[in-house]
Design a protein around this ligand. Structure first.
Ligand code: ADP
Length: 576
C-alpha cells in the first residue's frame, strides 16, 4: 500500500508521539518506583528507630513487644538477639518461634550490626512474598540484638501499578490529542505544500500565481519573485533571439553554421537562395546538403581553429561565384560561414578588363595607320602628289575613325556614369523619323537604297528627343551601312497597348541567331572587317540599348523575311 504525502506525515507524527509517550512513561515509572521504595525505606527506618526506643523501655517479652509494634505500624517486626535467634516476630506465633532458624546470616542483620543500619530486599520464605527489610541494633537491659522491620514489596508495587495505570491513561489521552493535532497539522501542512507545488507549477508554466502573495510572504513570495524574474529573463532571451533572427534574415550575406560534427545548425534565407536549397535542413550534414568540396575544406580549417577566406562556384544553374569567410565559434562549438555573392562584381571586373583591352586595340589600329602614313610621306612620298593624296586620304579616314571612336566612347561612358540627362516628354514620332532619314539620305542615295517611312502622323511617344534621335540614327544608319546597294529599308511604328513599337527593317545580310543576342554588347561585331570598312566603332548598338532602357524602353533584333534584319525599339506611348 502506498501512502500519500498526508498519510506519511500523519504516520510519522503518530509514531513520534507514541515513542515519546512510551519512553517518558517508562522513565517516569522507574522514577516513581524508586521514589516509592525510598519513601517506604525511610518509613521503615523511622519505625525501626521508634521500635528500638520502645524496646529499651518495655520489659515485656520480646515477642509481645514485636506483636504490639507490628500491630501499631502495620509492618512485620522481628526481634533478633545477638546470636541470631529470633526472640519475637509479629507474624509468627510465640510457640513457633523456637522452630525459626537463626537470622544471624541475614544481610540486613549483618549490616545493622556492622554499620548501625541494614537494609535488604528479598523473598521471604516465611511469608512467601518479596519483602523490604530494615534492621537497626538495639539494647534492652541486658539483651542486645537487632530490631528488624519489614513490609511486603507488594504494597509498594500496588501503588506503582496504580500510578502506571494513571500514567497509561494520561499517555493514551495525550496520544489521542496528539493524533488529532498531528492529523490537523498534516492536513494544513499538506494543503500549504500543495498550494506551493501548484504555484511553482504555474510559475514554470508562466501563469499567474493562484494567490497573489505579498512581497515578503515567505516561500510563496520567493516563488512568485522567482517566477517573475524567470519570465523577465525568458522574455529578454526571446526578444534577443527574435532580434538576432531578424538581423540574420534581413542580411544579404548567406550565413551557415555547423557544429563540431559538421551538422548544420543554422542556415539563413540568403544562404538558401544563394545555394538553391529548400528550407528543411534538420539532421543533415554540410556535405549532404551542400556538395561543394571547397566549402567543406574551408569549414574543416575553421573547425581546426584557422579562419580563412575562399572563393568558389556554386553547383546551381546558373552557377554563382561566392566568396566565403569561415571562422570557428567560441569554445570550439562549431564554425560559422558568411557568404557573399560576388558573381556580379566578378562579371563587371571582367567586362571592364575586356573593355580596356578592346578600347586599346581599337585605338591602336587608326593611330598606327596615321603614323605609318606620315612616315611614308616624310620618307619621300610627299614629293609624289598622286601617291601623297592616297596616304593623306587614309590618314583622314583613320582620324575620322579615331574621332568617331572617341566620341562614342565619351558618349557611352557619359551614359554609364549616369551623366546623360534623360528628360522625357511627349514627342511626335513622325517628324523625328523623317529628320533622321534625311541625315542618312546622302549615303542611301549613293548606295541606291530606298528608305520608306510608315509612321502614323499623330503617333506620339514619351521619350527624350535627343536620345530618341540618336537611337533612330544608329539603327537607320546601321541598316544603310550593312545593306548592300539597291536594298530597301522600312521604318514603321505601331502602337500596342501603352507602348509604341518602332521597327527598322532592311533586306540586307541579316544577323545569324548566335550573334543576335550579342550585337548589343560593346565592341561586338559580326564581321569586324565589314564594320571597319563602313566606319563602325562597335559601340553603336550598345549606346542604343543604354538609351532605350534609360527611356523605359527595350530594343531587340529579329530576322526579316525572306532576308535581312529587323531591329525594334519599344517606348512608352505618351499619356493621353
Ligand atoms: P558598328 O559600329 O560596328 O556598326 P554596332 O554596335 O552599331 O557597331 O553594330 C554591331 C554589329 O551588329 C555590327 O558590327 C554588325 O555586324 C551588326 N549589325 C548592326 N546592324 C546591322 C544590320 N542592319 N544588318 C546586319 N548587321 C548589322
Amino acid at each position: 500500500m502506498r501512502l500519500d504525502f498526508r498519510g506519511k506525515l500523519f504516520l510519522v507524527s503518530v509514531l513520534l508521539v507514541l515513542s515519546v509517550v512510551l519512553v517518558a512513561g517508562g522513565y517516569l515509572e522507574g522514577q516513581i518506583r524508586e521514589w516509592a521504595h525510598g519513601r517506604a525505606e525511610a518509613e521503615l527506618l523511622a519505625q525501626a528507630r521508634v521500635g528500638r526506643v520502645a524496646l529499651a523501655y518495655d520489659s515485656a517479652p520480646a515477642d509481645a513487644v514485636a506483636d504490639q509494634l507490628g500491630a501499631a505500624s502495620g509492618a512485620r517486626v522481628t526481634i533478633i538477639d545477638a546470636t541470631g535467634k529470633v526472640l519475637g516476630d509479629s507474624e509468627i506465633a510465640a510457640d513457633e518461634l523456637a522452630a525459626v532458624d537463626s537470622h544471624s546470616d541475614r544481610p540486613e542483620v549483618i549490616a545493622a550490626v556492622a554499620a548501625g543500619e541494614g537494609r535488604a530486599v528479598r523473598y521471604s520464605a516465611t511469608l512467601g512474598t518479596d519483602m523490604m527489610y530494615i534492621a537497626v541494633p538495639f539494647t534492652a537491659g541486658a539483651v542486645t540484638g537487632t530490631l528488624r522491620v519489614a513490609r511486603p514489596l507488594e504494597e509498594m508495587d500496588a501503588a506503582v501499578r496504580r500510578l502506571r495505570i494513571a500514567l497509561g491513561i494520561a499517555g493514551l489521552l495525550s496520544l489521542a490529542g496528539a493524533v488529532v493535532l498531528s492529523g490537523l497539522a498534516s492536513h494544513f501542512l499538506a494543503r500549504t505544500l500543495r498550494t506551493l507545488v501548484e504555484d511553482a507549477r504555474r510559475a514554470v508554466d508562466g501563469e499567474e500565481p493562484r494567490v497573489p502573495a505579498e512581497p515578503n510572504d515567505g516561500m510563496i513570495g520567493s516563488l512568485n519573485r522567482m517566477a517573475a524574474e524567470l519570465e523577465t529573463t525568458v522574455g529578454m532571451l526571446a526578444a534577443e533571439r527574435s532580434r538576432f533572427e531578424a538581423v540574420l534574415e534581413s542580411m544579404d550575406e548567406g550565413v551557415v553554421a555547423v557544429d563540431q560534427t559538421q551538422q548544420l545548425t543554422l542556415i539563413n534565407r540568403a544562404a538558401l537562395g544563394l545555394l538553391s536549397l529548400s528550407i528543411e535542413h534538420s539532421g543533415s550534414t554540410l556535405a549532404e546538403r551542400i556538395p561543394i568540396p571547397a566549402l567543406h575544406e574551408l569549414v574543416q580549417r575553421a573547425l581546426a581553429g584557422h579562419p580563412e577566406r575562399r572563393e568558389f562556384e556554386t553547383r546551381t544553374t546558373p552557377p554563382r561565384q561566392v566568396q566565403a569567410y569561415a571562422s570557428p565559434l567560441r569554445n570550439q562549438q562549431g564554425a560559422v560561414v558568411v557568404m557573399h555573392d560576388v558573381t556580379e562584381i566578378r562579371r563587371l571586373e571582367r567586362v571592364r578588363r575586356d573593355f580596356v583591352a578592346n578600347v586599346s586595340h581599337e585605338l591602336r589600329t587608326p593611330v598606327s595607320i596615321i603614323r605609318a602614313n606620315a612616315e611614308t610621306l616624310l620618307d619621300g612620298a610627299i614629293e609624289k602628289p598622286e601617291i601623297a593624296r592616297r596616304f593623306l586620304d587614309a590618314q583622314l579616314r583613320s582620324a575620322d575613325r579615331l574621332a568617331a571612336l572617341v566620341s562614342d566612347l565619351l558618349e557611352i561612358s557619359r551614359i554609364e556614369a549616369g551623366n546623360y540627362e534623360i528628360s522625357p516628354d511627349e514627342i511626335e514620332l513622325e517628324p523625328i523619323v523623317a529628320h533622321t532619314i534625311d541625315e542618312v539620305e546622302r549615303l542611301a542615295q549613293e548606295k541606291h537604297i530606298e528608305i520608306t517611312s510608315d509612321v502614323p502622323e499623330d503617333m506620339t511617344v514619351w521619350a527624350d528627343e535627343q536620345a530618341l534621335e540618336q537611337v533612330l540614327l544608329n539603327l537607320i544608319d546601321n541598316a544603310v551601312k550593312y545593306t548592300p546597294a539597291g536594298g530597301k529599308i522600312v521604318v514603321r511604328a505601331v502602337k500596342r497597348d501603352d507602348m509604341v513599337r518602332v521597327e527598322v527593317e532592311d533586306n540586307g545580310p541579316g544577323i545569324e541567331a548566335r550573334h543576335r543576342a550579342r550585337v548589343f554588347e560593346r565592341f561586338y561585331r559580326v564581321d569586324k572587317g565589314r564594320s571597319r570598312e563602313v566606319g563602325g566603332t562597335g559601340l553603336g548598338l550598345a549606346i542604343v540599348k543604354h538609351l532605350a532602357e534609360a527611356m523605359d524602353g527595350q530594343v531587340g533584333v529579329e530576322p526579316s523575311e525572306p532576308q535581312g534584319s529587323l531591329f525594334w525599339l519599344t517606348l512608352p506611348a505618351a499619356p493621353d
